[in-house]
Design a protein around this ligand. Structure first.
Ligand code: F6R
Length: 244
């Protein structure tokens, strides 16, 4: 695991955007794995700015998002599809048919998961996967205890995850209890992974990630066994790392 320490959120966003842009320019047909949440917002903002000013094209890029809430339509402002449109897709030239998120509104969610996994495989798997990390070590919505050999599946969200995400909803009650997420194995098939962590709320998780051996109680720990992972952290997120 390669660790890049930066000063603050601004620098984290800048560094992550540069890394993504470098890969997109080197491989215009790249398959990107994308995350939602607060952490990558600054990175997406910079990708949009770059598209406007420098014209980097996403015409041939394919994207697969990590996850989506169950029960929300794509039009729901709290869906991850809406998030991706707002922060990225509506502002760059990626064709609509090239972007993929699991559909949380399908009647048969298990069948949707199987199909999503298949689509990722047919695309040749993800070239560069962007990840955030939950305070409990989740990646995607793979909560502690998720088997490392899991594929895209339906999950029941931890209460801590629902509480952390309640800031986007008008009340905790409105946060869905289930989601569809790429599995740990799906994520690990990505050729390259970049994990972003910013702020005090991630300090414990980052400290654990850096000292932990792979174990299913701390999902992100699997990344220590992947051959090409870059972790970008800011000062606040490394505050609990003991060796410093
Ligand atoms: C989002 C996702 C989650 C988040 C994690 C951190 O698609 O899969 O694992 O990356 O919950 O969220 P933020 O960035 O809001 O702290």
């Amino acid at each position: 695991m390669k660790l890049i320490k930066v000063k603050d959120y601004n620098e984290l966003s800048e560094t992550a955007a540069r890394l993504v842009l470098e890969k997109v320019k080197a491989n215009p047909d790249i398959v990107l794995g994308l995350a939602t949440g607060g952490t990558p917002e600054g990175m997406y903002k910079r990708l949009v700015e770059d598209h406007r000013s420098a014209g980097t094209s996403y015409k041939n890029v394919t994207t697969f998002n990590l996850d989506e809430y169950a029960g929300l339509s794509q039009a729901d402002p709290n869906s991850y599809y809406a998030y991706m449109r707002e922060h990225l897709f509506d502002h760059i030239d990626v064709p609509k048919e090239n972007v993929h998120l699991p559909d949380g509104e399908k009647e048969d969610l298990d069948a949707e998961c199987i199909q999503y996994e298949q689509l990722i495989k047919e695309a040749g798997n993800v070239d560069l996967q962007v990840l955030g990390i939950g305070g409990n070590g989740h990646i995607g919505f793979n909560e502690p205890g998720t088997p490392f050999d899991s594929h895209t599946h339906v999950v029941t969200l931890d209460e801590s995850t629902r509480e952390a995400n309640a800031r986007y909803f008008s009340s905790l009650d409105e946060v869905p209890t289930q989601a569809l997420t790429m599995g740990i194995q799906t994520i690990m098939r990505a050729k390259e992974i970049v994990l972003l962590a910013s702020g005090k709320s991630k300090a414990e998780a980052v400290a654990q990630l850096l000292k932990e051996e792979a174990n299913e109680n701390f999902p992100a720990s699997i990344l220590t066994t992947h051959p090409n992972v870059t972790v970008i952290v800011d000062e606040e997120a490394t505050a609990s790392v003991k060796s410093e």
